[in-house]
Design a binder for this molecule. Sequence first.
Ligand code: AMP
Length: 178
Amino acid sequence: MSDGLVRENAPNHEVAADGVRLTTSAIVGLGANLGTRERNIEDALKELDDGAQISIVTKSTLRETVPVGGPQQGLYLNCVVEVRTSLTAPELLSACQRIEAALGRVRLEKDGPRTIDLDILLFGDLQCSDVDLKIPHPRMLERAFVLEPLAEIAPRRVHPVTGKSIAEHWSMLRAGAT
Ligand code: AMP
């Protein structure tokens, strides 16, 4: 049913003339540093691609990364995926949180080790600063574990607040980091 209705970076809640809800291109970041990390990410991706309202379009390679902030903890595996979804941003957040709970994530301490973490990084061109949902993800431009895989799958995608491409942001972060 989506033929001709999918629009790049379409903000959500858009409805086509015939009443069918358009899909939005969103970016979700995944990370795991407890248990069988690769398996956790694979399982989360299987749950995310629900065959109905969320479908994964592109997946970055998996990278092992050093934890940023929080207590001393093990290395993470991270990746990012582009999804197409007919959900609203809050609905997508709920779906991500359901997957975290289903895979046994327990929130013990802020930025602590985790079986699986799913963050919405971008949602079309949406800008949202609700208490429990901030989009674009506020720390995505400071994080190599987000920008490197995102530059791999969507280098030309434009950050809706800065107006700069992901490739530019990744290059700026690398320049600052060396
Ligand atoms: P974390 O423990 O890092 O998974 O953070 C989860 C908390 O961040 C939840 O309470 C969410 O409501 C909140 N949050 C705010 N913005 C986002 C976002 N873009 N993606 C995922 N969680 C978010």
